[in-house]
Design a protein around this ligand. Structure first.
Ligand code: BGC
Length: 759
């Protein structure tokens, strides 16, 4: 009896103690933190290691969503659940067929970021984000590690397909739209990779050396826009060093700029195993270390030795807990595990049609007229490259090939070619020693075709379509040789063009690529060129929609296509120095990235920034400014009319040329853009933009401020950066210091920056 009473007492005491333990969501966050042991604190500052971690200290199941990139630590006694972090950015990346699972977990592959940016349609990107985020929610994850908005500084960067543009306004606006779409589901986004992660070679050590001005105007600017307009739950610091310090260890970057200057309130996590010094990361405000585990001992020791202040840890924990409180897992969301994949495929397809850029269309080759039989050349015609490789790859069920797209659209494709190419593909797959064979065909050289084979097709087909494919991905940069088309590819285009043109038939080249390639040395040969990008699992259907004329192309380039790789302003210094094993990457082109360089230094390009054709034409008129003198803002308006015969949408771009009395500036910079609704022939739309003082300003690093210089500003509105249709100007009577910032992030080495004076 005595024993029973005693046990009951112990139990009651236990309950009392348990009842007193603060619970996340019920008690103040500071009380929850105060109730943690030091070990719990340190464990919560990092994830639970990678998925191969065999002995999780908690004894809990390691993985909460099969295929997750990582998860946060859980402390059940304090009501803190684990949360799942999963990759993007072109769709949710989880395991499609986990062992012993009773169902599949396929996700939708959406167009890659580069492709999405080509739509110049932020509403479309937001909508894609909404569908993507729904899969994140319904499959049980809490955060999509997306969007990635690093600048396309050099076309060889292996991860460019995951990024949007060479222009910070486009990258920032697209990133913000993606964040809004994703987070509308009540899941988080992780804006990455902060910052200046433009090189994959030696990505975990390379030091990007960038002037303060180039940082502020180009590399940080995109993040600033996305943070302020998208409000991501989390930001991911990058792998690289920036001006001497790892970004994840850089207080100036993560705290002074991101939090204090831009007002970011969320959580900062490291990239996977990024940085070197956990104490420096904690101090910098890099709250969460991913995937975690390996720094536990180091941090425990640091707290005990007082090399880190426990208050710093508590501050970071507060941000982690604030994040966890928002997650579906904390809220006990009842995942269906059945997102509407059919609806999302439709979103992916319609987005893809708005992402494909028509580069050439001589004699209205497109849309097809009277075409029934199509000769499909090139291995990639039979295996569409939906997206790039690495963590950005999506485990989708099936990608519609270009061949499938044509067949679905009612065209006949020539069986002999199909047999030749499918046999080639099968042989490449069979002979490959790779374990993951998904991409072996993408990376394999093109099949050389005898001219006689091409000649045998011509009488059976009404048109020839040649697909050129390229893939790339995380962890490595492309070579200049990959930028050029191979001899086999060029011969294929030449031979097909000769044979088909001799028979009076047209040739279309389709580019199924993730990054910029050379076009200048072969583009005269075909009649039409369609840049299909890597547009997700519905790419083949979307392409057929465009070629058939069901959809009028309305995409434009979010980057420049140079005449040759050597013309790229960073070509001489990419990836870095020394060239064979780079340590430093001097960004010597400074602010002259992409069109800012080509336009300021009058360098010809193959296709300029903002370029893209349509099946119709648009007339621009009535450009009006609300005033000819700038005080605090100026409204710009104009009319865009569909003056052609086909319904279509137009991307309207506003460039500004600022006075260069005090400091040099790019010849022009994109300051606003808009996409019209679908305009019927003859229909017009009024488009308006607002220019505020910040849009006039350049960054003066000497005084750490954004300054708008007095003088005359020219507003240029057009269909591309080199197709300006309307101009007007206004004056700013006084030089204005628009925003004073901190004198931080200066280079640790001398950067010999390019200057107009050195032209
Ligand atoms: C990549 C990130 C990715 C993370 C998790 C890293 O290697 O750089 O973009 O989110 O892995 O998979």
């Amino acid at each position: 009896m005595k024993k029973i009473i005693l046990s009951a007492c112990t139990l009651m005491l236990g309950f009392a103690a348990f009842a007193q333990v603060p619970q996340l969501g019920k008690n103040k966050i500071s009380d929850v933190i105060a109730a943690m042991t030091l070990q719990e604190k340190v464990y919560l500052l990092m994830g639970l290691g990678d998925q191969n971690w065999t002995n999780p200290p908690s004894g809990e199941k390691t993985v909460i969503v099969a295929g997750e990139a990582g998860r946060t630590w859980d402390i059940r006694r304090l009501g803190i659940p684990p949360t799942a972090l999963t990759d993007g950015p072109a769709g949710l990346r989880i395991e499609a067929k986990p062992k012993d699972a009773k169902q599949t977990f396929y996700c939708t592959a959406f167009p890659t970021a580069t492709a999405l940016a080509s739509s110049w349609n932020t509403a479309l990107v937001e909508n894609v984000g909404k569908s993507m985020g729904n899969e994140v929610l319904e499959y049980g994850s809490d955060v999509l590690l997306s969007p990635a908005i690093n600048i396309h500084r050099n076309p060889l960067c292996g991860r460019n397909f995951e990024y949007y543009s060479e222009d910070p306004l486009v990258a920032g606006k697209m990133g913000a739209a993606m964040i809004r779409g994703l987070q509308s589901n009540g899941v988080g986004s992780s804006l990455k990779h902060f910052a200046a992660n433009n090189i994959e070679t030696n990505r975990t050590t390379i030091n990007a050396v960038i002037s303060q001005r180039a940082l502020r105007e180009i590399y940080l600017r995109a993040f600033e826009i996305a943070v302020k307009e998208g409000n991501p739950w989390t930001v991911m610091s990058s792998y690289n060093r920036l001006n001497g310090f790892y970004t994840s260890e850089n207080y100036d970057l993560i705290t002074t700029v991101l939090r204090n200057e831009w007002g970011f309130k969320g959580l900062v996590m490291s990239d996977w195993w990024g940085g070197a010094d956990a104490v420096a990361q904690m101090n910098a405000g890099n709250d969460l270390l991913m995937p975690g585990c390996n720094q536990r001992e180091e941090l425990l020791k640091a707290v005990k030795n007082k090399t880190i202040d426990e208050k710093v840890i508590d501050r970071n924990l507060e941000r982690i807990l604030t994040f966890i409180l928002k997650t579906p897992r904390f809220k006990g969301y009842n995942y269906s595990y059945h997102p509407d994949l059919v609806a999302h495929a439709a979103v992916s397809r319609s987005a893809a049609t708005e992402c494909m850029v028509l580069l050439k269309n001589e004699n209205n080759t497109l849309p097809f007229k009277g075409i029934k039989q199509v000769a499909l050349f090139g291995k990639t015609s039979y295996r569409f490259i939906a997206g790039g490789t690495g963590s950005g790859e999506v485990n989708y069920e099936k990608a519609i090939s270009i061949k499938d797209g044509f067949v679905n659209a009612g065209y006949k494709v020539l069986p002999q070619l199909e047999t030749i190419y499918t046999q080639f593909i099968d042989t490449v797959m069979t002979n490959s020693k790779e374990e993951n064979k998904k991409q072996v065909v993408d990376f394999h050289a093109e099949l050389p075709l005898e001219k006689a084979v091409i000649e045998a097709q011509v009488k059976h087909s009404d048109v020839a379509v040649i697909t050129i494919g390229r893939n790339a991905g995380e962890g490595w940069d492309r070579k200049a040789s990959d930028f050029s088309l191979s001899e086999t590819e060029k011969n294929l285009i030449k031979d097909v063009a000769e044979v088909y043109h001799a028979a009076g038939k047209k040739v279309v080249v389709v580019l199924n690529i993730g990054g910029v390639v050379a076009t200048a040395d072969w583009r005269d040969l075909p009649d039409a060129i369609l840049l299909a990008w890597q547009t997700g699992q519905e790419g083949g259907n979307a392409l057929a929609d465009i070629l058939k004329g069901n959809v009028n192309p309305s995409a434009k380039l979010p980057m420049s296509f140079p005449m040759k790789y050597e013309d790229v302003p960073s070509a001489k210094t990419f990836p870095g120095e020394p060239a064979d094993n780079p340590v430093n990457a001097p960004y010597e082109e400074g602010i002259y990235v992409g069109y800012r360089y080509y336009d300021s230094f009058s360098v010809p390009v193959a296709y300029e920034f903002g370029y893209g054709l349509s099946y119709t034409q648009f007339a621009y008129s009535d450009l009006k400014l609300s005033s000819s003198t700038f005080s605090d803002k100026i409204e710009v308006s104009l009319t865009v009319k569909n003056s052609g015969k086909t319904a279509g949408k137009e991307v309207v771009q506003l460039y500004l040329s600022a006075p260069q009395t005090e400091i040099e500036k790019p010849a022009q910079e994109l300051k606003a853009f808009a996409k019209t609704r679908l305009l019927k022939p003859g229909e017009s739309q009024q488009v308006s933009f607002t220019l505020d003082t910040r849009l006039l300003a350049s960054y003066w690093s000497g005084i750490s401020a954004w300054v708008a210089e007095k003088g005359t500003y020219e507003v240029k509105v057009g269909a591309s950066s080199r197709d300006i249709r309307q101009k007007a100007s206004f004056s700013l009577p006084q030089t204005l210091e628009v925003e004073k910032l901190h004198h931080v992030l200066y280079p640790n080495r001398v950067v010999k920056e390019l200057s107009i004076g050195s032209k």
